[in-house]
Ligand binder design. Structure first.
Ligand code: RP5
Length: 193
């Protein structure tokens, strides 16, 4: 009983961090053991090789994620339904990768207040410049945090940084990651000077 009350209290604190949490969300997380996770969405199966880097960095930090293929243009109803149910399923950040007239991130952002990270993908006749502008040029009121063309790795890392707010263990992992990056660079200089 005390155990469940404590869990409920922890979940209640989390409730106030995200307005989209509902009682249903708390219930499902306590009683089904669902963990906070990141959704990695992409417009086509052809995007998967480029979006894999997001999943890899999330795995590196021990953050669960799910990869789904859905398109703002080809399956708009599926996108809407997925996004509507996402908070109750423990999704806290949504990463969206798409190429060409890339509207996936913007469409997802229109349906949720969860943070949305957009990854414009290359492969088009315009080498991803089309996807970059489609993703980054959001109208006032509906932001999409856009990373570089094919920047899925950074998208994953940014999602980790978002989740690390209020999570000291994840913050410590990020600090360790940064320290290692600096150390590796110093070592590279020593080896090459
Ligand atoms: C976009 O069109 C997708 O995100 C993909 O980058 C691009 C091409 O899709 P396919 O024709 O390969 O399915 O919607």
């Amino acid at each position: 009983m005390i155990y469940h009350s404590t869990l409920f209290y922890i979940q209640w604190i989390k409730l106030n961090e995200h307005k989209e949490f509902s009682f249903n969300s708390i219930y499902s997380q306590i009683f089904t053991g669902a963990k906070m996770k990141v959704a990695v969405l992409m417009g086509s199966l052809s995007d998967k090789p480029k979006m894999q880097a997001a999943a890899e960095v999330l795995a590196e930090f021990g953050v669960p994620c799910e990869l789904k293929i859905m398109s703002a243009h080809r399956s708009p109803a599926l996108v809407q339904e997925y996004v509507r149910k996402a908070p109750d399923r423990g999704i806290r950040v949504v990463i969206c990768g798409a190429g060409l007239a890339a509207h996936l991130a913007g469409t997802v952002a229109a349906h949720t207040t969860l943070p949305v990270i957009g990854v414009p993908l290359s492969g088009s006749a315009l080498n991803g410049q089309d996807a970059l502008l489609s993703t980054v040029q959001m109208p006032k009121g509906i932001p999409v945090a856009t990373v570089a063309i094919d920047g899925a790795y950074n998208a994953g890392l940014l999602a980790v940084q978002m989740l690390a707010i209020g999570d000291p263990a994840l913050t410590a992992k990020l600090q360790k990651f940064r320290t290692k990056m600096t150390h590796d660079l110093e070592q590279l200089n020593q080896e090459n000077s």
